[in-house]
Design a protein around this ligand. Structure first.
Ligand code: UT7
Length: 329
């Protein structure tokens, strides 16, 4: 019997309607459109403004799009994995809430937290389930409502992040399509540079943590930038080398959208020209776990069966990784 691989057979995505532009931010903090565009590549981001709406409300339409496109009964889904740092609540898992909202009553689900690398970690995990032969249909979601944990008085972070969700369907394949290889890394010594200081078991929520604004994303941008440039570029180059490929063999680089300068450095290192790099940071900013599936969602019509894609990310933790995918539809 041929080896089972996990092919991506459908993509869904969702971004909220409300746009927060650089010009809007100019009125909120001491910043300007020119600084944001030249330092990050971002012009606007989407924000889920409606009260009572959460990360699962971003993820649900993305998953429903997949079900619609594939004419799939939600009861056929075996598993939903949701990569997020902004779960609806600490527990239960947002994946469970998504399963309920889409009617995936036969699926088990769980959340996975690897910050901006979350989608790659979840994709690799989901692919493992399929490759084992035990599961046939796994949905991997990357979703974040970053506006829930961004301090809109802090110009260091509020210009960067946005809200969104993307999802892929993984199905068992015996023709060799799908996830080919994955290199994933973590380094917990990076915790101090990018984190939410309170709200976990180390510093549970208290009046003091709220007053000290410790429930917002905290980032030492310059340090993270240096690690991200090296981490994402090195691991992507290593993935190519390990698979005896060069930039010429890659149809698309699908990078995490944290900063246009990090994306450019990764593409250069891999010898991939800019026209083969998916970039939508200008419209959506950094949507954390959602950036990579949102790119796949937007570029879906341009992708051809059998093409090689390299998905690459770097994020809080630190976490980073690169995944080689042979496009499956
Ligand atoms: O997705 C997860 C991983 N995260 C990343 O990969 C993000 C990595 N980091 C970055 O993308 C960049 O470091 C930032 C976009 C966060 C910041 O850009 P930078 O080029 O590293 O700026 P900086 O922090 O070194 O600040 C340069 C100057 C400072 O002013 P002085 O000290 O030179 O006078 C900042 O105070 O820019 C100032 N600044 C701003 N000015 C206008 C910082 N933020 C802003 C702002 N508007 N929003």
């Amino acid at each position: 019997m041929n080896k089972i691989t996990a092919a991506i057979t459908a993509v869904g995505g969702y971004v909220p309607e409300t746009k927060l532009t650089n010009f809007d931010l100019e009125k909120m903090v001491d910043t300007n459109d020119e600084w944001i565009r030249t330092r990050t590549g971002i012009s606007e981001r989407r924000i889920l403004r409606e009260p009572g709406k959460a990360t699962s409300d971003l993820a649900t339409p993305a998953v429903l799009e997949i079900l619609r496109k594939k004419n799939l009964d939600p009861k056929e889904i075996d598993c939903i994995i949701c990569a997020t740092v902004t779960p609806d609540m600490v527990f239960p898992a947002t994946a469970n809430i998504i399963s309920d909202k889409v009617g995936a009553t036969n699926a088990f689900g769980f959340d996975l937290n690897a910050a901006c690398s979350g989608f790659l970690f979840a994709l690799t995990t989901g692919a493992g389930f399929i490759e084992s032969g035990r599961y046939k249909k796994v949905i991997v979601v990357g979703a974040d409502k970053m506006s829930a944990i961004v301090d809109y008085t802090d110009r260091n972070t509020c210009v960067i992040f946005g809200d969104g969700a993307g999802a892929v369907l993984l199905e068992a394949n015996t023709e060799g399509y799908g996830v080919q290889d994955s290199l994933l890394k973590s380094d917990g010594s990076g915790v101090k540079y990018l984190r939410m200081k309170a709200g976990g078991s180390l510093h549970p929520a208290s009046v003091e943590t709220v007053l000290a604004k410790e429930h917002f994303a905290y980032q030492e941008g310059q340090t993270v930038f240096k690690f991200a440039v090296k981490g994402m570029a090195d691991i992507s180059a290593e993935l190519l080398e390990r698979n005896h490929l060069t930039g010429d063999d890659i149809a698309w680089l699908v990078p995490h959208q944290a900063n246009l300068r990090i994306i450019d450095a990764t593409a250069n290192r891999m010898g991939i020209s800019k026209d083969k790099v998916m970039i939508n940071i200008s419209k959506y900013g950094n949507t954390t776990a959602a950036t990579i599936p949102l790119c796949l969602w937007e570029w879906e019509d341009k992708l051809n069966k059998g093409e090689n894609l390299v998905l690459a990310a770097f994020g809080g933790g630190f976490t980073w990784g690169a995944t080689l995918v042979k496009w499956g539809f």
